[in-house]
Design a protein around this ligand. Structure first.
Ligand code: ADP
Length: 372
């Protein structure tokens, strides 16, 4: 178990002088499951490798339980990594692959090794395939073996680099559940890299959303989803993607409203005090409404806002419908559950709770107000 602290960590790849991490500071708590989320190239793997000690940061400090680990390599830090590409030894059977890291532990008897491997295999439900070679295994089984090899030395930190990307949807889901259970059972700190926001939402105690070498926001999945602190995070977390609208403030004298797609929607005073600095009548603002926050019926008759929209396209998605709507020339997406009666060309009434509309400054792209 370990608490990991990164303080003002910068990493520059000498080749091409690429700054992959820019002044990153983060506290990863003991036994936390932290997910690093972001698109390809944003610096997730670099951060993982710096934590592992596979690469030394250019600037800043990495501490494990308060101890600066700059001089320690991955083995001394007692971390284990699991990669997308399993990285198993093809000529060794499953037992030997899992046992491999134990070979370096002095004084460990054959019986102890056998016991440790069997214990690990049991947790992963692969006791029945210990004699097989990697080529005789499915992708999911191979990744279980890779997990076993990472677990067998009882590391203080597990680092996962997109471990499920090579697997099909069903297997990915199965292993997500397994990894989550392992986290509970092992009581160890997990740091997990993915570009898949649904994976991050499902697994993380907290999610750190990364962009171009910096952490944009870090928080519990629901907090990041409900209160994205900027346009980037709002656009990255949530599926299907949030709708953004170029909007304007409207001064209603005792409170503010926003004009979204030609409709003037009152913003609850609790969210936006009238005195808020920098806001003026007609001032530009970016509003964001998640497709799933649009509804066919009012949830609260008194506070919900309703407006008309025409149906441009209906895509059935199993449990619900993805409906492309248009209001006053602006297209946007909505998700409706269990309503099959909507058809292309219909005029419908849509409801939205003004509380769930996100507002962002068009200059800084930062959130203007926190959703209650
Ligand atoms: P991610 O894991 O989010 O996809 P990486 O940490 O792999 O991102 O990469 C971050 C940035 O560093 C990218 O711009 C990438 O092109 C660059 N980079 C990664 N590895 C190297 C390398 N070995 N040499 C030079 N640049 C690299």
């Amino acid at each position: 178990m370990a608490e990991i602290k990164l303080e003002n960590v910068t990493y520059v790849y000498p080749k091409g002088n690429v700054t992959a991490l820019k002044d990153v500071s983060i506290d990863i708590k003991d036994h936390e499951f932290l997910v690093l989320l972001g698109p390809s190239g944003c610096g997730k793997s670099t951060m993982l490798r710096v934590i592992a000690g596979l690469m030394k940061q250019t600037e800043g400090d990495v501490c494990f339980d308060g101890v600066d680990v700059y001089d320690q390599d991955a083995r001394a830090r007692n971390v284990s990594m699991v990669f997308q590409s399993y990285a198993l030894y093809p000529h060794l059977n499953v037992f030997k692959n899992i046992a491999f890291p134990l070979g370096n532990i002095k004084g460990m008897s054959k019986e102890e090794i056998k016991e440790r491997v069997e214990e690990t295999a049991k947790l992963l439900d692969i006791e029945h395939i210990l004699n097989r070679r990697p080529r005789e295994l499915s992708g999911g089984q191979r990744q279980r073996v890779a997990l076993g090899r990472a677990m067998v030395r009882n590391p203080v930190v597990f680092l996962f680099d997109e471990p499920l990307s090579n697997l099909d949807v069903k297997m990915r889901q199965e292993l997500r559940v397994l990894i989550s259970e392992l986290h509970e059972k092992l009581g160890t700190t997990f740091v997990y890299v993915t570009h898949d926001q649904s994976e991050a939402m499902q697994l993380g105690d907290r999610i750190a959303v990364m962009d171009n070498g910096v952490i944009k926001q870090i928080g519990e999945p629901q907090e990041v989803y409900n209160n994205p602190n900027c346009v980037y995070v709002a656009g990255f977390v949530g599926s299907p993607k949030i709708n953004f609208f170029a909007s304007r403030f409207v001064d209603r004298k005792d409170h503010w409203a926003v004009k979204v797609m030609g409709n003037v929607i009152d913003i609850p005073v609790s969210r936006l005090p009238y005195e808020t600095e920098g806001i003026k009548d007609g001032g530009r603002i970016i509003s964001g409404i998640r497709p799933e926050d649009l509804r066919l019926e009012a949830v609260d008759e008194t506070s919900d806002f309703e407006f008309k929209a025409s149906v441009e396209k209906v895509v059935p998605m199993g449990a619900g419908l993805h409906v492309q709507l248009n209001t006053n020339g602006t297209s946007f997406l909505s998700v409706f559950l269990n309503h099959t009666s909507i058809e292309q060309g219909n005029e419908i009434t849509v409801h939205v709770d003004p509380e769930v509309i996100h507002l962002f400054d068009p200059e800084t792209e930062e959130a203007v107000t926190k959703r209650m």
